[in-house]
Design a protein around this ligand. Structure first.
Ligand code: SF4
Length: 382
């Protein structure tokens, strides 16, 4: 059981006086009394037109947990293959095997990207890729070992639940067997991708070839039981309803109550470019901020709420720090997945640029590692 991180939080009376939405006043009452928000309150937060009021509640909770600190990591995103047969409707990254721009890195090529990384004090590699129909299980363990060999202290946050299920199916292993082997090969934590939106309706329509929400949650539960921490995500701003968004957050909170291994939640705004849903506009800035703030208020047992700068853009990322987010992800260096879908941000940021973003937004930059432990600059430079 994961203890709740937020007990009663006092909200400045000036903020309470300025609330313009009665439903938010009810949310504020629950927060100040240390009560959990339910589906009705989650929906009220997502639907409110009082953006500033919602932000003030999320900021109060964020400040109670972390003051003005905002976290980020010196990391590298590594997408080892773009070959995938799943053809999810929101994905601009996957390619069929044999396509002219299909690629798969060998473990040695992947290791070289770490060796040649321009990030000083690199302390994490985030490893995700497509569900390649041919790669043997030994490829994934060799990949982790090759990365770890570059720098033994490196945190390897690797393979979504979707990839883990795929490699287990191909190898004839259970998910638990697979996770144990990956952990032995150097896996530190799992990323949160592949959750998409917990809706059977949308699973059937948009991503029927990959695992559904029940399976995604149970794989993360198995990882937590093995001592592997993970992140959680929600892809929003496509065809889901507000009720489905609220239910997704509540299901993550329930899972965290049971197994307690989620470190961070990331709300991923849908980027439509180059996808079969290119006719959709994607979520507005207001919707993004409301979703991040709602996550902070509903997910009272998940320590960190990320503002993923790649998908938010730098300006909205700075604002999100005042709407409940406390973490910016990291330097990343070469992001491919969101950029294939039209993200306009740089492929990576330097540590100095991240610190500047944080300071300019009125917060204090703090470097962290894969387990969200604070890292002294001297250690990072080692
Ligand atoms: S989202 Fe992932 S599983 Fe779906 S098609 Fe893209 S790479 Fe494959």
């Amino acid at each position: 059981m994961q203890p709740r991180r937020t007990g009663p939080v006092s909200i400045p009376s000036s903020a309470l006086r300025r609330l313009r939405d009665d439903r938010l006043a009810a949310v504020a009452d629950k927060i100040t009394n240390g009560e959990r928000l339910g589906a009705r309150e989650a929906q009220a937060c997502l639907e409110t037109h009082d953006l500033a009021g919602l932000g003030s509640l999320a900021l109060a909770v964020r400040s109670a947990l972390y003051g003005t600190r905002a976290f980020y990591v010196a990391n590298l995103h590594l997408n080892y293959t773009n070959v995938c047969g799943n053809r999810c409707a929101f994905c601009a990254f996957h390619r069929d095997a044999g396509a002219p721009d299909a690629y798969t890195l060998t473990p040695e090529e992947a290791a070289r990207t770490v060796r040649e990384s321009p990030v000083p004090g690199l302390c994490e590699v985030h490893v995700v890729g497509g569900c390649h129909p041919e790669l043997p299980f030994e490829y994934y363990t060799a990949l982790l070992r090759a990365l770890k060999a570059q720098r033994p202290g490196l945190g390897l946050k690797a393979f979504t639940a979707v990839e883990v299920q795929h490699m287990a199916d191909r190898a004839g292993l259970t998910v638990a067997q697979c996770l144990r082997e990956l952990k032995a090969a150097g896996l530190s934590a799992m990323p949160g991708g592949g959750a998409e939106i917990f809706s059977l309706r949308l699973h059937r329509d948009l991503f029927p070839s990959k695992i559904d929400g029940d399976r995604w949650l149970s794989i993360h539960g198995e990882a937590h039981a093995l001592g592997i921490r993970s992140n959680a995500t929600m892809l929003f701003g496509h065809r889901e309803t507000v009720q489905e968004r609220a239910r997704h957050l509540l299901r993550l909170r329930d899972q965290q109550d049971r197994t307690g291994g989620f470190q961070a939640f990331i709300a991923l705004p849908f980027h439509p470019e180059n996808t079969p849903m290119a006719h959709l506009p994607g979520p507005s800035g207001v919707e993004i901020l409301k979703t991040i703030a709602t996550a902070r208020l509903v997910l009272d047992n998940v320590p960190h709420i990320k503002a993923y700068w790649v998908m938010l853009g730098l300006k909205l990322t700075q604002v999100a720090l005042s709407f409940g987010a406390d973490d910016l992800e990291g330097t990343i260096v070469r992001e491919r997945i969101a950029h294939q879908a039209g993200a306009r941000t740089a492929p990576g940021l330097s540590l100095e640029e991240l610190a500047h973003l944080v300071r300019e937004a009125g917060f204090e930059p703090v470097r962290r590692d894969t387990y969200h432990r604070e890292v002294a600059e001297a250690e990072e430079a080692a």
